[in-house]
Design a protein around this ligand. Sequence first.
Ligand code: DGL
Length: 288
Amino acid sequence: VDPNLPIGVFDSGVGGLTVLRALRKRLPNESLIYLGDTARVPYGTKSVESITRYATQATDHLVTRGIKLLVIACNTASAVSLEPVRDRFAPLPVIGVVEPGAAAAVAASTHQHHLVLATESTVKRHAYARAIHALAPNAVVDEVPASLLVALAEEGWTDGPIAESIARTYLAPALGRRESKPQNFELRTSNFELDEAPDTIVLGCTHFPLLEHAIRAAVGPTVTIVDSATTTAERVATLLDEQHLRRTASEPPTMTLLATDGAERFARVGARFLGEEIEAGDIEIVDL
Ligand code: DGL
């Protein structure tokens, strides 16, 4: 394998740009090629068969272009299709985001009670619960499907009363609160002094880091909010070192952005996820 090939990053849409951002920060000398399946997003409400078919087609496209490693930046595709993609494209190294996210949660937790916010398909597979239990067998894991937060993040409604109220509505039952109680600060804090309250909130979806403020407002100050992007980038760095795959070329690395639909929307919405401006003209539309 040529170490100067790019790292492939695949997501159902623009959300995985949060992972691309972490990869660029951790591995500034690596070339990256990102494919967002914007024509078929969201994956989070689709069937196992569809998600695996889409993930396989996307990987096939990236492999044909030439990659040295694949990051499945989508939690849903990682939860549902990591093994089938690994099997089919072996010996290509494939890293998903669920296992690194679970490892980050276990490391951050004091009494191993986790609340995972994810899409419906990720929750149905219990992917986070399984990954957390593999590391901490006695952990308590509540998994909450919160697909509406995906749309909120894409719409840019990440702060303010609507985002906070939706976050609170999703989280309240798992936190043992009734919505009729006044949602004042003292009440929220005291809930977390109970032993049974979760001490980490795991952001098990690419979109949710953008909603961290709203989620924080809903859960109070004492819970640790964990996302998988940084840990995933760390995993990639370790794997590149282990397999002697670090880029050696002296020219500057490249970043290629591919999407299956809508360059203008990808650029506009994606900029918030990547944390920098994206030119619509820089996005190549591909057909899988
Ligand atoms: N990328 C997906 C995830 O992380 C969220 C968007 C979708 O449902 O496709 O689960």
